[in-house]
Write a protein that binds this ligand. Structure first.
Ligand SMILES: Cc1cc2nc3c(=O)[nH]c(=O)nc-3n(C[C@H](O)[C@H](O)[C@H](O)COP(=O)(O)O)c2cc1C
Ligand code: SF4
Ligand code: SF4
Length: 253
């Protein structure tokens, strides 16, 4: 089994790690120019962004050829997945691929302009993540087939709403500022999947415009030095089952 994944704060990697599989980070696949994935079983695990698919995942999969007997898709999200699975179905079809199993998993929402991590952590119990994930893992390991089953209203919302929300998200890096607790460690640069951060010697990081808005830099800064003008609180999040080194290994390109 091979799993293609993309992660900013570890939710998707924590899901991918639950399978007995070779884990393939999409930023690393792009860096190494690997666009053919072959195995008996292939999985795709991605976070819902703007009720759809992150651009980096979309761009990669639009060029990728997947050869497998069974393909499964898992979208992690924090509030609403809307038609994100249907968006993935369309994307796979246009690139000549198809999946046999679709599921989405409600997890911690890491989008700081809309949600604060304190409230998200308080909702962990009601989100019932472990049980829901166990069920998905069981179904995939048993080779169950499952359609994406998004309603037409959600499909419409995702295909139109996504374009609008994406425009708003473009302003995300313009909201970043770095305070004086920065120790110039360069972690933010290493966890950025887009090489969008310059950090040299005793200088604070500088953010460019090639941003996926993944918030990996903010959530993984060991000093909590990166702030967003629009953030709901100062608390940051990295999934408990994922280490900083694993995020660096996934995204340092
Ligand atoms: C830019 C951005 C946009 C997001 N948009 C949505 C969304 O439309 N719906 C939703 O439920 N969660 C949304 N989220 C929350 C993530 O999908 C969720 O926290 C996901 O599990 C993060 O995965 P990761 O930890 O692997 O990065 C968004 C997060 C980011 C950073
Ligand atoms: S990760 Fe945080 S402390 Fe380290 S250089 Fe970046 S902003 Fe500064
Ligand atoms: S600058 Fe930060 S938010 Fe933008 S792509 Fe890099 S890590 Fe993600």
């Amino acid at each position: 089994m091979k799993i293609l994944y993309f992660t900013g704060s570890g939710n998707c990697l924590s899901v991918a790690k639950r399978f007995d599989a070779e884990l393939l980070s999409i930023p690393q696949m792009i860096k190494n120019n690997i666009y053919e994935i072959e195995d008996d079983v292939v999985g795709i695990v991605y976070p819902v962004y703007a009720i759809s698919i992150p651009d980096i995942v979309r761009k990669y999969l639009s060029k990728c050829k997947i050869k497998a007997n069974y393909v499964f898709v898992i979208a992690t999200y924090g509030f609403t997945d809307c038609g994100a699975l249907h968006e993935m179905k369309k994307l796979l079809e246009t690139s000549g691929n198809k999946a046999d199993y679709y599921a989405s998993l409600l997890m911690v929402d890491n989008y700081l302009p809309l949600f604060d991590i304190e409230t998200q952590m308080a909702k962990l119990k009601e989100k019932n993540i472990e049980n829901n994930l166990n069920k998905i893992v069981e179904e995939v390991n048993a080779g169950v087939t499952k359609k994406e089953n998004c309603s037409w209203g959600n499909n419409l919302a995702s295909s139109i709403g996504h374009v609008v929300i994406k425009q708003i998200e473009k302003y995300t890096p313009k909201m970043f500022y770095v305070n004086d607790v920065c120790v110039f460690c360069g972690v933010c640069k290493k966890v950025c999947p887009m090489q969008n951060i310059i950090q040299e010697e005793k200088n604070k990081p500088i953010f460019g415009n090639n941003c996926e808005s993944c918030l990996a830099c903010i959530h993984n800064c060991p000093k909590n030095a990166i702030q967003m003008k629009t953030q709901r609180s100062e608390k940051r999040f990295r999934n408990n089952n994922v280490s900083l080194n694993e995020i660096i290994k996934s995204n340092n390109i």
